[in-house]
Design a protein around this ligand. Sequence first.
Ligand SMILES: NC(=O)C1=CN([C@@H]2O[C@H](COP(=O)(O)OP(=O)(O)OC[C@H]3O[C@@H](n4cnc5c(N)ncnc54)[C@H](OP(=O)(O)O)[C@@H]3O)[C@@H](O)[C@H]2O)C=CC1
Ligand SMILES: O=C(O)[C@@H]1CCC=N1
Length: 263
Amino acid sequence: MKDTSISIIGGGNLGSSIASGLLASGIFSHQKIHITRRNLEKLQNLADQGAVTGNNNVWAVENADIVILAVKPFKLMEILQEISPALTKDKIIVSVVSGVGIQEIEEALPMQIPLFRAMPNTAISIKESMTCISSLNATKAQEEAVMNIFNQLGKVVKIGEEHMDAATVLGACGIAYALRFIRAASQGGIEIGFSAEVSQLIASQTVMGAAKLLLEQGKHPEEEIDKVTTPKGCTIAGLNEMEFQGFSSSLVRGILASYEKLQ
Ligand SMILES: NC(=O)C1=CN([C@@H]2O[C@H](COP(=O)(O)OP(=O)(O)OC[C@H]3O[C@@H](n4cnc5c(N)ncnc54)[C@H](OP(=O)(O)O)[C@@H]3O)[C@@H](O)[C@H]2O)C=CC1
Ligand SMILES: O=C(O)[C@@H]1CCC=N1
């Protein structure tokens, strides 16, 4: 895709993470990656790596084959109105905005354009995102092209639009839940004698190993847990106390609370 141009409108937390992932991936030439926001100073790091930064959204869309919309939900309609004159039928739009449905976006567009919603997470900056994608008005080839981009930035799954809020919670918010687990585990590690640094290393690498056991071997978590829980041992004692304190149910309820916020 070296001749293809991609523009990210809204270089904030997620937009900049996407740009970093794209720069690291080599999918596009660096000078074909455009990113906009009003406070340009905050894009200096991406400019230093060869991306084209700016604050002219219309220019960015005119010069793009693929446009990623990464502004806050309340800004999206304003941005769609602004960039509408620069849109043509051959451009692909990908919205990573949470809570705004694909149909609502289509209604705000001046013509029928291949439209995608993608829900990545901030690990896209290191090509370890989980990205869920839905589409409207896209050909098979356009779907494959978009899936292929996100596939190189982590893992990707195509979902129905009706599951996009669930994807937002489990995948995008999920990064924060997992990080909070790591922080809590690290704090426990400090209580039992490790320095903060060593504790965080042990907790982070352990979570990565646990995730890889499932991802690489397709196992169920309980199958792997059974291998760790020695009868009368310390793991089952800790797990049962955590469950007594509501560990699993607090996670499930937290996921529901996030989901309800999007309804
Ligand atoms: N953060 C995350 O983990 C995830 C976020 N999302 C979704 O992604 C979207 C962005 O979220 P997030 O990155 O966290 O939010 P941020 O506020 O960090 O980023 C939005 C950016 O848009 C820029 N912006 C505002 N107005 C304009 C404009 N007129 N033209 C160009 N850029 C503009 C802002 O920069 P400036 O003020 O300098 O213009 C800001 O940095 C949201 O819709 C969110 O729901 C989805 C999945 C995960
Ligand atoms: O919390 C939020 O609203 C956004 C959506 C997904 C991740 N962050």
